[in-house]
Design a protein around this ligand. Structure first.
Ligand code: GUN
Length: 295
């Protein structure tokens, strides 16, 4: 068997083109452009690249982006005041606070201060709580998990009853992905650094989501033949042979898994583009809910 390569770039491009079309229609109806505020604190190179890519995509789709870049020594109070200000601005429909935040900042408190209806990342405790409860719908679903589900659905529209194993329990990816898969009726196992017998657990997975942030953690002999493998990893590793001195590596040993899996995401071009597409989608949804005309 040779795995289908799930083309995240292509799927994301289609979603983004639909969003651009909907934004054009909004303009015809004299509705304001969706507005996304990005908040970047510090100078982490990876975070800077992520935020820059989000801002560029906004520009391409007709979303107004308002970038706030704060120094690494920003104090809690300053960031809280910025969040209050963004919450109150009616032209801003979505707020993205890029994570991680520097150590002196209480991240959970900052996320808790966001207006949950502008929380396009879905990280506010109300949104996280609503995702966890079967009977409630969150205002927003976190972007990477929502993108992962779309990728899985592109090869397997109905996942009810399938065994899903999620490696990683972060609040940004692992935990909400597990909840989303469970809401879609998969049988979900969450693994983390204390889990014992990871290869055996992984081998039971019809859907394996690798979100541990450990380069090439998942090997070919962890894979059940025909499984859907989603690689969320994106780690910079030193590489003296590369021009930049580093290369970006996923959480799976892609080449050796391709002959065994049924479908797999590449890196780059898998989950990454979907995260941005889902952020754009959430921003458009946020704007749609605050239906106010320009005049
Ligand atoms: N850091 C890593 N992934 C994300 C994300 O999806 N959203 C935010 N805000 N920060 C992140």
């Amino acid at each position: 068997m040779t795995a289908t390569i799930i083309d995240g770039s292509k799927i994301a491009a289609k979603i983004k083109s639909t969003i651009a079309e909907q934004i054009r229609k909004r303009a015809e109806e004299e509705l304001p452009a969706p507005g996304l505020a990005t908040v970047l604190v510090g100078d982490d190179p990876a975070s800077r690249i992520y935020v820059r890519n989000k801002i560029r995509t906004c520009e391409k789709l007709g979303i107004r982006s308002i970038a706030h870049a704060l120094p690494a020594d920003t104090q809690q109070r300053t960031l809280e005041e910025l969040i209050d200000y963004l919450n109150a601005d009616p032209k801003i429909h979505g707020i993205l606070v890029q994570l991680p935040l520097p150590d002196q900042i209480d991240e959970y408190r900052i996320l808790s201060l966001l207006n949950p209806q502008k929380d396009v990342d879905g990280f506010h405790p109300i949104n996280a709580g609503m995702l966890a409860r079967k009977e409630s719908e969150p205002w927003f679903i976190p972007c990477t998990p929502a993108g992962i589900l779309r990728l899985i659905h592109s090869v397997r529209p109905d996942i009810a009853g399938l065994n899903a194993v999620v490696i990683g329990r972060s609040s940004i990816v692992g935990m909400p992905t597990a909840q989303l898969l469970c809401r879609n009726n998969a049988t979900v196992t969450i693994c983390h650094s204390y889990s014992v017998g990871l290869p055996e657990i992984a081998r039971r997975a019809d859907i394996l989501v690798a979100a541990a942030g450990e380069p090439r953690l998942v090997r070919a002999d962890w894979i059940k033949p025909g499984a859907i493998v989603i690689d969320v990893g994106i780690t910079r590793v030193d590489d003296s042979e590369s021009e930049k001195g580093y290369r970006i590596v996923g959480d799976t040993d892609f080449e050796s898994i391709v002959p065994i899996a049924g479908a797999i995401t590449p890196m780059p071009g898998g989950v990454g583009p979907m995260t941005i597409a889902m952020l754009m989608r959430n921003t458009l949804i946020a704007a749609g809910r605050s239906a106010c005309k320009i005049r």
